[in-house]
Design a binder for this molecule. Structure first.
Ligand code: PMV
Length: 362
């Protein structure tokens, strides 16, 4: 939908070398995307909160190739200052797939330098922050070279579309506070191709809202998200699940508009349990949660019952627990984490995060 054969540089007016840097955050889905079709298109709409402290910084340097155009993409790649051939190959494949969108990429020498704000192999997925940061760099590059993305809405939509092609859920990271990806009659302009912002439709309690990520295990997942999505195709509960996600999305949007923390939290927890139940009844079945995941969940429920504090959990496709709560109780919740939950975390590691303002160009 964004293919454009006219985005070709005129060699007689070759651009000066330049550099672009974006910082882009991760996001946490409250309504989960699990199951896809076609090229990273979602079987149901999802809604996420945009995070702030878990992010990727990506710098893209470019210069015009002096040699004859050969249709190839020339890429150097550094992750945390070190060359990384495995990542380079992945990014190169991604850029090649984008040549119909950005034909000028084969006319440039490109260097990508990227790094995450959280420790490597912390058990925190970086694909959403990494792919959105790269997509934003590419859109800025197009705009610098051709002036074609001046309109902020058009820019964001294209960045979200490209991020989606890199890693589905990454498309939601482009927007501040909260975003919806996937067609739904409840969000105007929503699309399966890109996410749309809904941050301006949510109660202020969700703008000062925390997500502390309790790292139960840093180990790489036994079953990747890609394989997990694919297993939904044979899952007997798939269709009812997609229908359920639509119903829950409508209820969640209402709760977020009105600031109803309890309904929000109930849906968040139900979605987390549904996601992992779907894994357990896939064929073959698998489990990504660990005994410590369940121990934390039980303690969170007990803490809520004892204190009345609206603290809820969600899970991603892994064993780590995201603790969700409003900013006004941060001191009490952090004390609870230190006293009762750290013992379940690998190396006592917790990534403190909160709802953020979205990506920024540095
Ligand atoms: O974007 P992917 O293909 O890594 O899938 C992400 C799936 C979940 O994180 C489990 C849910 C979501 O919507 O982010």
């Amino acid at each position: 939908m964004f293919n454009n054969p006219h985005l070709i540089l005129d060699s007689s007016a070759a651009p000066e070398p330049g550099s672009i840097t974006w910082r882009s955050p991760s996001n946490i889905a409250i309504i989960k995307y699990w199951g896809k079709y076609g090229i990273q298109l979602p079987k149901n709409p999802s809604l996420s909160l945009t995070l702030a402290s878990s992010c990727t910084d990506t710098n893209l340097e470019y210069s015009f190739k002096d040699d004859m155009p050969d249709g190839q993409i020339d890429l150097e790649f550094y992750f945390h200052q070190e060359e990384n051939e495995a990542f380079r190959k992945k990014v190169l494949e991604f850029l090649k797939s984008l040549l119909p969108v950005f034909p000028f990429l084969s006319q440039l020498n490109l260097t990508v330098r990227t790094g995450n704000s959280f420790p490597h192999s912390a058990g925190i997925a970086s694909s959403a922050s990494a792919m959105s940061a790269l997509a934003l760099c590419l859109c800025s590059l197009e705009d610098k070279l051709f002036g074609t993305l001046r309109d902020q809405e058009v820019f964001d939509r294209k960045a979200s579309y490209l991020a989606r092609l890199g890693s589905g859920s990454a498309c939601r990271s482009v927007f501040p506070h909260a975003a919806v990806w996937g067609e739904t009659t409840h969000v105007k302009g929503s699309s399966n191709e890109y996410a749309v912002p809904v941050g301006n439709q949510i109660h202020e309690v969700f703008r000062n809202y925390h997500d502390d990520i309790l790292i139960v295990s840093r180990a790489e997942k036994a079953v990747s998200s890609r394989a997990g999505h694919a297993l939904m195709d044979g899952n007997p509960y798939a269709e009812p699940r997609y229908a359920q996600a639509r119903v829950r999305l409508e209820a969640l949007l209402h709760a977020m508009k009105t600031g109803d923390l309890e309904t929000f939290g109930k849906i968040a927890e139900d979605e987390a349990m549904t996601l992992h139940a779907l894994m357990m009844c896939s064929n073959p079945s698998y489990t990504l949660i660990r005994p410590d995941t369940l121990a934390i969940i039980e303690k969170v429920k007990q803490y809520r019952a004892d204190t009345g504090h609206p603290v809820y959990f969600t899970l991603d496709a892994g064993p780590n627990v995201h603790l969700l709560y409003p900013g006004e109780i941060v001191h009490d919740v952090r004390a609870f984490i230190d006293e009762h939950l750290l013992e379940h975390c690998e190396d006592n590691y917790v990534q403190q995060d909160w709802v953020g303002e979205g990506p920024e160009e540095l």
